[in-house]
Design a protein around this ligand. Structure first.
Ligand SMILES: [Mg+2]
Length: 377
């Protein structure tokens, strides 16, 4: 019998440093050497377990240290001894127990959903409203300062059936961005190309450079200027017919409402690490859709566990229409943490049908890559 009244009696944490295979430059900063994530494991009275991942980035959402402290010190007391059934109450208390730390809240909600799904023997997407798609088109980012290495990556993507690439721009100079756009247009006309500045342009340079890039007719141009420069975002949106997407400017539903009201964007990148969990991410997409704006499934520098959480969100959210960018587990990490590889077929992420998230981390890998942990706490 399914018993969701049982209590949560185990709360384990790992802070991981995962080696990566290349350098990635974005408008707001770089990642090289390792990417850092925090893994949470919940255990209930019958021995069932649920996992969640927090994937912070210091220049964007927050630090791994703050994420770890939020989960270990501030959220643990809300969860230990609580009933599995009371997910909404736990998340409501978590929202006020610690400010910000959206990645920690995303990990907590993911672990609660995974645990509920495992106990109930249903996939997480069924707990989020049911499924609207079986596969999700994958976008892979081109972000290496050494473009020769990205040329090799593009050939691999072509072979793998991936047909969407996102060019990361605004970290070097305009000529470098235009050169790469020309290369893509000439060598890979079959690819859909998206452009993401990650806040990399100054307000002085942004209008001219955005107009230049728009001539390549990308699917969209994302976040050219700083997150708080709302007026500039609205102005840039008026300059071209290419849709302007908000990423760093929109974390949760409250930001989305404001962005829509102020005419700041044509669409939004929905990320569970920004919104503070899957259900708030769904709300971001629904607020956007209510205003006639589009949405796609973005991510941070994540391992496969967070990809799975995002996959279940998109599987259950018809409003997220522009695919996803869950490429890191397959194309960036030296080794992912999942027991079974995060599944991508013909350039599409496959939505799992197994209980919970449909995949779980290999605990030996968690122990191997941990720089700190609290297990058995
Ligand atoms: Mg972005």
């Amino acid at each position: 019998m399914v018993d969701l009244s049982q209590k949560i009696i185990g709360y384990d944490l790992w802070h991981l440093e995962l080696p990566v295979t290349s350098r990635r430059d974005h408008g707001i900063g770089s990642v090289e050497g390792v990417c850092e994530v925090v893994i949470l494991r919940l255990t209930s009275e019958d021995g069932s377990q649920g996992y969640g991942e927090a994937s912070p980035w210091s220049v964007f959402t927050g630090t791994p240290e703050a994420t770890y402290a939020a989960l270990d010190r501030y959220l643990r007391p809300l969860v230990m001894g609580a009933r599995v059934a009371d997910r909404a109450a736990i998340m409501s208390r978590a929202a006020y127990a610690v400010a910000h730390c959206t990645e920690a809240k995303a990990a907590l909600e993911t672990a609660l959903l995974d645990l509920t799904g495992r106990i109930s023997a249903v996939p997480v997407w069924s707990l989020l409203g049911g499924k609207c798609r079986d596969t999700i088109p994958l976008s892979c980012s081109v972000a290496n300062p050494d473009f020769a290495q990205d040329i090799d990556l593009l050939a691999r993507l072509q072979d793998d059936g991936v047909r969407i690439v996102k060019l990361k721009t605004g970290f070097k100079d305009h000529a470098f961005d235009i050169m790469r756009l020309e290369y893509l247009a000439k060598q890979y006309p079959q690819f859909s190309v998206r452009v993401d500045y990650n806040q990399g342009l100054t307000i002085e340079d942004a209008p001219a450079q955005v107009r230049d890039v728009a001539q390549f007719n990308p699917d969209f141009i994302e976040q050219p200027v700083r997150a708080h420069q709302y007026g500039m975002m609205a102005r840039l949106r008026q300059l071209t017919d290419v849709p302007l997407l908000a990423d760093e400017s929109v974390f949760g539903p409250e930001d989305m409402e404001r962005a829509a009201r102020e005419g700041m964007c044509d669409g939004v990148s929905v990320k569970i690490m920004k919104s503070g969990g899957i259900t708030r991410g769904q709300t971001v997409a629904r607020v956007a859709a209510a205003h006639g704006l589009s949405a796609y499934g973005g991510d941070m520098f994540e391992a496969g566990l967070a990809h799975l959480a995002g996959t279940h969100m998109i599987a259950a959210t018809p409003e997220i229409t522009l695919g996803c960018e869950f490429y890191q587990a397959s194309y960036f990490l030296a080794e992912d943490i999942l027991e079974e590889p995060f599944e991508i077929k013909q350039g599409h992420v496959v939505v799992p049908d197994g209980p919970g998230l449909g995949g779980r981390p290999d605990v030996a890998k968690l122990d191997h890559y941990a720089v700190s942990r609290v297990v058995g706490g």
